[in-house]
Design a protein around this ligand. Structure first.
Ligand code: SAM
Length: 512
């Protein structure tokens, strides 16, 4: 039997604390019933996308065997920015005309509501975190200081590991002249599950790429290439002789390296300290590489503004490079990763590519739909069990899917040999027509300009949609095909259309 309610409160701790009206360091949530609404692939232990308020979906995870099972939690919640976040609505095809925008989530709070909201999620997340796991909380200048204090109250000040300053953008245009400096960084607070934990940690290194001129400006050069030197420190006489034989000992002031066997010394003929040479790697004529340890200033991973190819039209989307560094640093292949504010699914897409298992939660169906499409198209990792795992979408009661009031015209033909040809010949949604009217745009002649994706489950059990065809073309100009062939089964065929507004409609029929 599962628990009926999850009740948690923070342990008493010494040290500075933050207060706000009606502050409670506790949470009590009735465990909801979740039902599976979609499934992709048929792995026996699928990755999960949970649709609903994460206070509910996290309580459900706790009541269903996930307590202390998550190795890495990454969260990128609303930032307390007092704004609404929208995606662009545009027709597909030539010109990809913009016809409006759609709110994906709101970030507006009163008094202490925001901090209370975060406390409740953090308490639930703490219970899900493996004793040797870490939680990474992504925020910006607006709530960073407060959230760090709140995390100290929940996880303990001694569990604080670091704060990353991520340069998410480079100040351009009017921003350059911002008063009191442009704000170009986000903060990512990292905490261990508890002070006793020994977090999984693989220190990352970053690659610095230089042209010949840049390498010449920073390094010395000999016949083997560019190099820097380092003091030999505690190297033994034998080690220094060996390095010298490899041409890796440097003598300053134009001197030679002298090996004095009798006194077991290696020294420079013109005085000064010898150094050990470390060569810069050269790849190609004009490209030179060195690697460096990564510190807590991350200015080598660009934000979305400079990687338009990753843009999936979800507001506040983060970049895959950022998530790759976080996931590789603090988890191993096969580990379970949770993003409780999954948005467009950046974290879980990268987790999938890196052979991690994952759970993503969001209360906005637009986020769940975007993520489901995105992980479906993700490059699969190398471990077979992760490639075959599949994804299930579960929904909490009360979570809603934006449904189109629409007509879908289908032509269905049975083909000798046991398949069905489905031809979508039209799609007309009242909301889309109204949006076009408001934008002063004509209704497009080709219905496909108003459609994001067509998916078909040829064996629909009337409960869980398991698409075997997903036609979701990438690129704004590309249109869905509109013609599909599926095998005949004993059950119904379900055709699902998601339009450019993000509204969905499903048509179910029996081919027999
Ligand atoms: C900043 S965005 C996450 C962006 C994401 N990291 C990405 O790369 O696309 C925050 C997300 O939190 C979701 N969210 C806000 N409140 C929530 C709640 N109570 N439960 C679940 N999700 C929530 C929003 O719908 C939004 O998708």
């Amino acid at each position: 039997m599962t628990e009926a309610a999850i009740s948690l409160c923070a342990a008493e701790r010494d040290g500075p604390t933050l207060t706000w009206p009606e502050k409670r360091l506790s949470v009590c949530v009735d465990v909801p019933i979740l039902r599976t609404v979609e499934a992709y692939g048929d792995g026996s232990a699928p990755n999960l996308l949970l649709h609903g308020d994460n206070a509910l979906t996290l309580a459900w995870l706790l009541a269903n065997g996930y307590r202390q099972k998550i190795r890495l939690i990454y969260i990128d919640p609303p930032f307390d920015s007092d704004g609404d976040y929208t995606s662009v609505v545009r027709l597909r095809g030539d010109g990809a005309k913009v016809i409006g925008s759609r709110v994906q989530y709101r970030d507006r709070w009163q008094g202490g509501d925001y901090l209370q909201f975060m406390v409740e999620r953090l308490l639930l997340l703490k219970e899900l975190l493996h004793p040797d796991g870490t939680i990474w909380l992504h925020c910006d200048h607006r709530a960073s200081a407060r959230l760090q204090l709140v995390m100290e109250e929940i996880f303990g000040a001694e569990s604080y590991l670091n704060t990353i300053a991520w340069r998410s953008q480079v100040a351009r245009g009017a921003k350059v002249h911002a008063r009191y400096f442009p704000r170009s960084t986000h903060s990512i607070h990292i905490f261990a599950a508890s002070p006793q934990g020994t977090p999984t940690w693989h220190p990352p290194r970053k690659e610095i790429v230089m042209s010949r001129a840049e390498a010449a400006a920073h390094y010395m050069e000999d016949e083997r290439g560019f190099f820097r030197t380092s003091h030999p420190g505690t190297y033994s006489f034998e080690k220094l002789v060996q390095l010298h034989a490899q041409g890796r000992i440097y003598a300053p002031h134009g001197g030679n390296v002298i090996v004095d066997e009798a006194n077991r010394r290696v020294y420079a003929s013109n005085g000064g300290n010898i150094g050990v040479k470390y060569y810069v790697e050269q790849r190609g004529e004009d490209r030179f590489f060195v690697t460096r340890a990564v510190d807590n200033l991350w200015d080598d991973i660009p934000g979305l503004g400079t990687i338009p190819s990753e843009d999936v039209n979800y507001p506040t989307q983060k970049t895959e490079g950022l998530l790759q560094r976080i996931i590789e640093t603090s988890s191993d292949p096969g580990d379970l990763i949770l993003d409780a504010f999954v948005g467009s699914g950046t974290s879980v897409r990268v987790a999938q590519q890196l052979d991690r298992r994952w759970i993503g939660c969001d209360d906005n169906w637009g986020a769940i739909r975007t993520t489901a499409r995105r992980v479906g198209g993700a490059k699969k990792g190398s471990r077979e069990e992760e490639r075959e795992r599949g994804v299930e979408v579960w929904q909490a009661g009360g979570a809603t899917v934006p449904t189109a009031e629409a007509e879908m015209n289908l032509r269905v033909d049975m083909v000798a040999g046991g398949s069905v040809q489905i031809r979508v010949e039209g799609y007309r949604s009242a909301a889309l027509i109204e949006q076009l009217r408001v934008a002063g745009k004509e209704i497009p002649v080709d219905w496909r300009a108003g459609v994001q994706s067509v998916a078909i489950d040829p064996d629909y059990d009337e409960q869980i949609f398991r698409p075997q065809i997903i036609d979701a073309p990438r690129g704004r100009a590309a249109l869905v095909a509109g013609r599909y062939s599926v095998p005949i089964t004993k059950r119904s065929i379900a055709v699902q259309i998601v339009d450019v507004l993000g509204d969905e409609c499903i048509h179910v029929f029996s081919p027999l």
